[in-house]
Design a protein around this ligand. Structure first.
Ligand code: HEC
Ligand code: HEC
Length: 220
């Protein structure tokens, strides 16, 4: 019994010490609530339990699957220096919402990144998509399907082109987890029941959903 108590005390103490040097998800959760992130974002899921009115009640996108969607380093950096991702007024920082987004200090961003990275979706299976060049995926993205009609992307030489109604995919390789891209293309309503992005799962074979996911996860 004494051994158990002293072991527990040691674990408790090391957690306290670790808290000084490492980012802390519990502190991130408290800060997420204190800094009113919840005023613009849902951090609880799943999306399908929400109505259209619920979705429109928040200015920002849902974050309840952030840990499955984002790459950690991108998230940490963006929280300290948020830049627009969506060009249109809805769910966007441009136009009338310009300058609206809180900018976090390094410490707060680290804690909040840890908190958000702990929020994952079981729909996203790790290791499904290896981010490598796919010529098939590239031709689906640029020619066979209307992806570029709604999304911006950059050419090899860095020339940006494409439509503005979807989030920009410039820098998708740094921002998005390849396995999330595939899960999202396969079953978008799991993440957003009321959505402006078409469902391609019936139009493309599973293999091609994987190919186009590979292509998107390489976009610079
Ligand atoms: C006034 C409303 C508002 C508040 C408050 C707010 N956000 Fe946002 N947030 C937005 C909007 C709008 C976007 C979409 C930006 C874009 O796509 O250009 C966004 C985007 C994000 C994204 C990227 C999401 C994605 O899917 O691309 C993250 C992460 C994020 N916010 C975290 C936070 C955190 C953490 C806080 C609290 C410190 C916070 N936000 C507070 C409005 C807000
Ligand atoms: C009719 C316009 C339209 C077309 C066509 C379209 N998308 Fe989208 N896409 C959107 C919109 C709008 C969103 C944002 C989803 C939302 O908020 O409802 C989105 C979201 C996404 C996202 C998630 C981005 C993020 O940061 O959240 C990816 C990845 C994506 N689309 C890839 C594709 C691919 C690949 C294709 C072609 C196979 C495609 N899209 C075709 C409009 C479109």
């Amino acid at each position: 019994m004494r051994l158990i108590i002293s072991t527990l005390a040691a674990i408790g103490l090391s957690a306290v010490f670790a808290g000084d040097v490492r980012a802390d998800a519990a502190a991130g959760k408290a800060a997420f609530e204190a800094q009113k992130c919840t005023g613009c974002h849902y951090a609880d899921g799943p999306a399908r339990e929400k109505s259209i009115a619920d979705q429109l009640a928040k200015k920002g996108p849902e974050l309840w699957y952030a840990g499955s969607k984002f790459k950690k380093d991108w998230l940490n950096a963006w929280l300290q220096d948020p830049k627009p991702i969506r060009a249109l007024a809805y769910n966007s920082l441009t136009k009338k919402n310009a300058g609206d987004h809180p900018k976090l200090s390094g410490g707060d961003a680290g804690n909040m990144t840890d908190f958000l990275m702990s929020k994952t979706s079981s729909e996203v299976k790790a290791g499904t998509i290896k981010p490598k060049k796919s010529l098939k995926g590239k031709s689906i993205f640029n020619k066979k399907m209307p992806c570029t009609g709604c999304h911006q992307s950059a050419s090899k030489k860095g020339k940006v082109s494409g439509g503005l109604s979807g989030p920009t995919l410039v820098g998708a390789s740094k921002r998005l987890n390849p396995d999330w891209i595939y899960a999202y293309l396969k079953n978008p309503t799991h993440f957003k029941p009321f959505k402006a992005m078409p469902t391609f799962a019936g139009l493309l074979k599973d293999k091609d959903l994987k190919n186009v996911s590979k292509h998107v996860s390489k976009l610079k």
